[in-house]
Design a protein around this ligand. Structure first.
Ligand SMILES: [Fe+2]
Length: 346
């Protein structure tokens, strides 16, 4: 349990060059203390509108689960490459993405020349997706508990994210239950990304994860103990995010920015692993049900502030995002950063 005083000390310690990424204590809200929802939502409003990132402490997900998740991830990546390539990401966006198989082109910072990311990742959803439709997860064989541990974290991250929805609603001046029917348990288009970043030296124009924004409504990020995440502040500087023991990083993504007509930030971020060992990064991406229409929230537009984007369903938005950023199915990136089929490279 981290106390309010701990939080104050941490906040001071991790103030980054005067641009503070807030640490939000979820304990009082999760314990349903009177007034805690509004107090916490006010802190989140500031974080969402000012920086797009915050830390959460006293969130209820045990450190032991994070540690087991990182261990299971390390075991998965220790598998031979051919075993991982047998799980290559499919058209639905599930499976293994080898190093240099991702180039985040939807990023406002994509220049057209940057090299694909120097990291491997593995993308998965629930085995049974929205409306009890089977998804096409590709699980490794003989995986010594990888699947069980990963899904245990998926459940915990989804539960916590859904519990936080009233805070998002209050932060946006909506009724606390506004988002509830849009994110029913087990029916959202939620993804987990399980990534490994090598300690190898990078070329000047290479990143472990290049500058990008997330597709999500919100992202909940677990990592191993190596730093490397940097975020682009509103002043235009790349800020190194500290590691705070037992905290998770939360950020808002493009979907919430679009829904809120730009009121909530979707902050560009990137990763450079400067440590001498592999870095593991496991973000959970929360999205609403496929049929949810993302159209400007009633508290985020008006006669002087018309909607900037037309309505789009959650499913259509996410499919566009995946196709733009990943070499899906039989696609790979060539040296010019273009998606081509495997046959075209032969
Ligand atoms: Fe991201």
């Amino acid at each position: 349990m981290q106390t309010a005083q701990d939080k104050h000390v941490l906040q001071e310690e991790y103030a980054i060059a005067g641009e503070i990424v807030p640490i939000i204590d979820l304990g009082p809200f999760l314990a349903e203390e009177p007034g805690a929802a509004h107090t916490t939502a006010n802190e989140m409003r500031d974080a969402l509108e000012r920086i797009g990132f915050f830390f959460i402490i006293n969130h209820g997900i045990p450190k032991s689960l994070r540690d087991r998740l990182v261990e299971a991830t390390a075991r998965f990546y220790a598998l031979p490459l051919e075993q991982k390539m047998a799980l290559k990401v499919n058209e639905e966006g599930n499976g293994y993405v080898p190093t240099r198989g991702e180039l985040p082109k939807t990023s406002p910072y994509y220049t057209g020349t940057r090299k694909p990311d120097v990291s491997e990742c593995y993308l998965l959803q629930r085995d049974w997706g929205p409306s009890h439709r089977p998804t096409q997860n590709q699980w490794p064989e003989n995986e010594s508990g990888f699947r069980t541990t990963v899904m245990e974290f998926f459940e915990a991250a989804e539960d916590l994210s859904i519990r936080m929805l009233p805070l998002y609603a209050l932060a946006l001046d909506l009724k606390p239950d506004f988002f509830d029917d849009k994110f029913p348990k087990c029916q959202g288009l939620n993804f987990l990304r399980v990534a490994r970043m090598p300690p190898d030296r990078l070329d000047e124009d290479e990143f472990n994860v290049g500058p990008h924004t997330d597709s999500s409504f919100m992202t909940l990020l677990a990592t191993s103990d190596q730093p490397g995440l940097e975020i682009l502040s509103q002043s235009g500087r790349w800020l190194k995010m500290p590691l705070i023991p037992d905290a998770f990083v939360i950020n808002s993504g493009d979907m919430l920015t679009r829904w809120s007509n730009g009121r909530v930030l979707s902050t560009p971020h990137r990763v450079i692993n400067a440590s001498d060992t592999y870095r593991y990064s496991i973000p959970f991406f929360l999205h609403p049900t496929p049929e949810t229409v993302i159209e400007c929230l009633p508290t985020c537009c008006g006669p002087d502030n018309p909607a900037k984007e037309p309505p789009i369903t959650s499913a259509a938005y996410l499919q566009w995002f995946l196709e733009e950023n990943f070499a899906l199915g039989d696609k790979v990136y060539n040296e010019a950063g273009e998606q081509v089929t495997v046959q075209e490279t032969a």
